[in-house]
Design a binder for this molecule. Structure first.
Ligand code: BGC
Length: 754
């Protein structure tokens, strides 16, 4: 966005006022400049426009689309684009200029309290989906707010914690999705996070907000603070933060004016921030009012939800249920009647309506449906006035009732899940509540045809109970139409195509983040480095319950031989995929890349491309997947830039990160990435560098010719001695009688890096 330079006529006080909100959700209007206030509101899976003046949390009714935990599992960029467009239409209808989303932090740990608001543990999947979401939203002249920039992957101490991450990990994992969305979708705003990154508050981090975001990625939009993230206004403006929210922030505005007056803040920085707010306000003014069709959006929410459900297990093809098959169906679990469909906190949407699985299942089948709640939830216990002491006894009664209906039914559908995830708190484990575990075991014992349907915003452990049931649907949090979407999948109206966007571990302690989450005393060390999520499980060759990318279908797909070729832009991978069953379906074809023998440590496999393709029964699709050359690059810390290493890349194509069906090898030319030689470079590093090796050989040959070789010339030719002296920095060889004088070293350095 080209911002209007100069804000002519605005006083420093007006500029300062423009750079903070006027209230919780509005920018400050500047009448003299003809700038109205604009509305920024949450986000991300619906529009939460504050309904009453004294309640900032409850929104007016709006479509509650599935949260990112579900949309991430669709692996479908086109669907995300449509959802973004629909959100844009709702924003227009409610006069919202900026919707505060999408949230694109990585799910670093399954305990992350906001994992339900984030797409994936993988930056490519996150970046591709979020790009389409933003493009869809902004096609309606409504701005996105890409959040939370950056490294906001936990809730514990979220307003102060320092996420301590090495630069390669930061670039390749935590910033990569931001880079992709910023460069490809140009979000109108980027929201800085609460936390510190390597000791510096994101809101005050010039390297993050200016050098990287604007300098390297060419961002020209506006940076807004997370709500309450700014503790030092002057430092924030100096770092490149444009808009501080929420407002009013009169004291901070006055502080900025004083700092400009006393010379401690460059007036140009304040002016730039004010210019960017003005540009955003003017951009928003171009938006036409709109309206939306609530029914059509509910239908879209249902479609997205149906595509998000992951079929984890389906032994004996027990699913789908035939509409006229079973005579009696037992629906068990309070979540079937009172669905869990979104998480708590700032993203909480007031839905326009709400589908529940019990009603939808009953409508979809001719069978007799009986229901038992199976367990108490906090809400039902409160409603029924059950005290904590009585809860266990009450649960036992409900359990007995559930078992009784399961026993006499042809099939039992058990709805269980987590009791609630919310912004502001991390989870303390991944196990199902004890009452739910017992319910599964007892119902499965009473009826072998038991199907478990999960509702959860963060990963749930599935061992050992998944061994006792033939079928499991991972139903995440599915938004307001989740109930009908679950019925669609149970009865085969929708053939499941959701895939895991995060690994389900055998147990929490296996997770790569386990020992370094959530940190202590103000710091969390990202100790697993680049090995986030499946990368870490693969690197340590660990078994998992269900791998990243996994999900079953009611049909089966067969893969032919993959091929790969270098193109102008990167690598193109092709593979024929056949729907070998008798049902139409969708396959998510995934490409994982590795570079055996790489000069740097890498994870064994990294997702580099995927395609979500509909393939009719019996048909074969020739699937073409493009890998951008930039996505093959690693962050070379010694050069401070991205480098594509030359070599033979293995492109493994398959249906999940652990179900790779065919591998194509392609030779990719590398970037010129010579590391300059210094006096600190070791003898081995000099010898590994063609020019360095030649110069060393010449230098020592020359000194030998002068009659004073020193021991070094012989050493260089002796492999076992080289093991010993190879790690010596060349500059320190002088001390070992090498005859390498300081002058000779300087000549070598000059020649080596000429
Ligand atoms: C959250 C943001 C949200 C903002 C406004 C913050 O607490 O971290 O995601 O957009 O509040 O509600």
């Amino acid at each position: 966005m080209a911002h209007t330079p100069g804000n002519p006529g605005l006083t420093p006080a007006e500029q300062a006022a423009l750079t903070s909100g006027s209230d919780f959700w509005h920018s400050t209007p500047i009448g003299s400049a003809g700038l109205p206030a604009i509305t920024l509101t949450d986000g991300p899976h619906g529009v939460r426009l504050q309904a009453s003046p004294d309640d900032t949390l409850t929104g007016r009714p709006a479509t509650c689309f599935p949260p990112a935990v579900a949309t991430g599992s669709t692996w479908d960029p086109a669907l995300l684009r449509r959802m973004g467009e629909a959100l844009g239409d709702e924003c227009r209808a409610m006069d919202v200029a900026v919707l505060l989303g999408p949230g694109i932090n990585l799910k670093r740990s399954p305990l992350g309290g906001r994992d339900f608001e984030y797409f994936s543990e993988d930056p490519l999947l996150t970046g591709i989906l979020a790009t389409e979401w933003v493009l869809g939203l902004q096609s309606r002249q409504v701005g996105a707010s890409l959040k939370h920039y950056a490294v906001n992957s936990q809730e514990t101490d979220r307003m102060r914690i320092s996420a301590d991450v090495d630069e390669r990990t930061l670039r390749e994992l935590y910033l990569r999705a931001f880079q992709r969305v910023v460069t490809r979708a140009k979000p109108w705003t980027v929201m800085c996070s609460y936390n510190k990154v390597n000791g510096v508050y994101a809101s005050q981090y010039r390297w993050l907000l200016t050098d990287v975001l604007r300098g390297e990625w060419g961002y020209d939009g506006l940076v807004v603070s997370d709500w309450g993230a700014v503790s030092d206004r002057t430092a924030a403006v100096a770092a490149g933060l444009d808009l501080t929210m929420p407002g009013p922030a009169d004291a901070g505005d006055r502080e900025l004016v004083e700092r400009v007056t006393d010379g401690r803040l460059d007036p140009a920085l304040l002016q730039t921030a004010a210019d960017r707010v003005r540009a955003l306000v003017e951009r928003a003014a171009a938006r036409q009012p709109g309206e939306y069709d609530a029914e059509a959006h509910h239908a879209l929410a249902r479609e997205v939800a149906g595509r998000a459900i992951v079929l984890l297990k389906n032994d004996g093809g027990i699913l789908p249920l035939a509409a006229d098959g079973a005579k009696t169906v037992a629906v068990i679990g309070e979540f079937a009647r009172t669905p869990r469909y979104q998480g708590g906190g700032s993203s909480l949407i007031t839905p326009t309506r709400l589908d529940d699985p019990l009603t939808e299942i009953t409508a979809a089948t001719q069978a007799t449906v009986s229901f038992s709640p199976g367990y108490l939830t906090g809400d039902t216990a409160a409603e029924e006035g059950v005290t904590q002491q009585d809860e266990a006894a009450e649960d036992q009664d409900l359990l007995a009732e559930a078992v009784a209906i399961a026993q006499v039914s042809d099939i039992a559908l058990v709805f269980v899940g987590s009791m609630g995830e919310t912004e502001g708190a991390d989870r303390d484990g991944i196990d199902l509540p004890a009452a739910h575990l017992e319910l599964i075991e007892r119902v499965a014992a009473a009826n072998p045809r038991t199907v478990v349907v999960l509702s959860n915003g963060g990963v749930l452990g599935t061992r050992p109970w998944d061994g006792s049931v033939p079928a499991i649907l991972e139903g995440w949090l599915l938004g307001q139409a989740g109930g009908s979407a679950i019925a669609d999948v149970l009865f085969g109206v929708v053939n499941p195509s959701g895939r895991l966007a995060e690994t389900i571990p055998l147990k929490l302690a296996d997770h790569p983040s386990y020992l370094d989450f959530p940190g202590e005393n103000g710091h969390v060390r990202y100790g697993e480095g680049i090995h986030v999520g499946y990368r870490g499980f693969d690197a340590r060759e660990q078994e998992v319950a269900y791998p990243f990318g996994f999900g079953l279908s009611y049909t089966t797909f067969e893969y032919g031989r993959a091929s790969a070729a270098v193109t102008m832009d990167g690598v193109e991978v092709r593979v024929p995929v056949t729907n070998a069953g008798d049902r139409d379906g969708r396959e998510v074809v995934q490409v994982y890349v590795s570079l055996p023998g790489s000069a740097v440590r890498r994870s064994p496999r990294e997702l580099k491309a995927f395609a979500n393709v509909a393939i009719a029964a019996g048909q074969t699709a020739e699937v073409v997947l493009s890998i951008d050359r930039a996505d093959l690059a690693y962050w070379e810390t010694r050069l401070g830039r991205w480098v594509v290493e030359g070599g033979e890349y293995h492109c493994a194509v398959g249906a999940s990160s652990r179900d790779l069906r065919s591998t194509a090898v392609v030779k990719v030319p590398g970037d010129d990435a010579r590391i300059p030689l210094t006096a600190e470079s070791t003898v081995a590093e000099w010898l590994a560098d063609p020019r360095g090796a030649q110069l060393l050989a010449e230098a020592f040959a020359a000194s030998a010719a002068d009659g004073g070789p020193g021991p070094i010339a012989g050493m260089l030719a002796n492999p076992s001695l080289m093991e010993f002296i190879g790690s010596f920095p060349l500059g320190r060889m002088a001390a070992f009688g090498s005859g390498l004088t300081p002058q000779a070293l300087q000549r070598l350095l000059a020649a080596a890096n000429d």
